[in-house]
Design a protein around this ligand. Structure first.
Ligand code: CAA
Length: 260
């Protein structure tokens, strides 16, 4: 099934939605149309039981080269504040409950790097380049870059990157813990889809709860996070999928999860 958007290409198959950012003329710079379409699409996918995982990607040249500088350049403080620029769209992606994998090839800069970091994990092509170059424009990251990059790679590297605008290549990003793995650029989409299909075949309820648990590690103390995990773990025993998963293991067969 294909969807029609101005700035996105969407394909749905085997429980997975493959979403390509599609503004090649601007290296997929994130303008309001693109972010609005992405937020609306994720809202719709949230309610689509046929989709268990999303892969978000760009082109081989660029995941996204940042927020759209041409759209922002003439804005005043009053406009940015009144529009609460980026807030609604970022929240829509942050609160998406199904897994979303960023498959990053080429540039992931500024808002592009920030968008990838909001996703649940990043698979990087060997040509990926990450950076927060906003300092070169006389501004700063505005979609969570100073916070998320610091949590991923630590203060020293994050501070250096934010203050100098230096880019990190895929190998450095993997060493620093920003990306889960590197794959050859030519295999990136196939590999991301294979991972996404694996996730989509699991119990969707267990998947959502696992995502919630890992994300809680960012916002809680260890004691609170472990307590939340324990309660959610207990609550998984309310679902048929727990019985199915464990019965299937004991009977040495493949589980057939129903999402109930
Ligand atoms: N916004 C708008 N247009 C952009 C863009 C952006 N972030 N990045 C690239 N483009 C456009 C270019 O203007 C160019 O358009 P024209 O052909 O009409 O001139 C086209 O995309 C191709 O780009 P280049 O010719 O520059 O390609 P290159 O290969 O020479 O360079 C690049 C690639 C190093 C990524 C360079 O394009 C670049 O530095 N882009 C800007 C990166 C940046 O500063 N990102 C941060 C944006 S601010 C932000 O994101 C704020 C935030 O945190 C929310």
């Amino acid at each position: 099934m294909a969807d029609t958007y101005e700035t996105l290409l969407v394909e749905r198959a085997d429980g997975v939605a493959l979403v390509r950012l599609n503004r090649p003329e601007a290296l997929n710079a994130l303008n309001s149309t693109l972010l609005g379409e992405l937020a609306a699409l994720l809202g719709e996918i949230e309610g689509d039981d046929a989709i268990g995982c999303v892969v978000l990607t760009g082109s081989e040249r660029a995941f996204a080269a940042g927020a759209d500088i041409k759209e922002m350049s003439t804005k005043t403080y009053a406009q940015m504040f009144k529009e609460d620029f980026f807030t609604a769209q970022a929240r829509a992606i942050e609160r998406f409950r199904k897994p979303i994998i960023a498959a990053v090839a080429g540039y992931a800069l500024g808002g592009g790097c920030e968008l990838a970091m909001i996703c649940d994990f990043i698979l990087a092509a060997d040509n990926a380049k990450f950076g927060q170059p906003e300092i070169n424009l006389g501004v700063a990251p505005g979609i969570g870059g100073t916070q998320r990059l610091t949590r991923f790679v630590g203060k020293s590297k994050a501070m250096e990157m934010v203050l100098t605008g230096r880019m990190m290549d895929a190998a450095e990003a993997e060493r620093a813990g920003l990306v889960s793995r590197i794959v050859p650029a030519a295999d990136l989409i196939a590999e991301a889809l294979a991972v996404a299909r694996k996730i989509a075949a699991q119990s969707p309820l267990a998947v959502m709860m696992n995502k919630e648990m890992v994300n809680a590690a960012y916002d809680t103390t260890l004691t609170q996070g472990v307590a939340l995990e324990r309660r959610l773990f207990h609550s998984l025993f309310a679902f048929d999928d727990q019985k199915e998963g464990m019965d299937a293991f004991v009977a040495k067969r493949k589980p057939a999860f129903k999402g109930s």
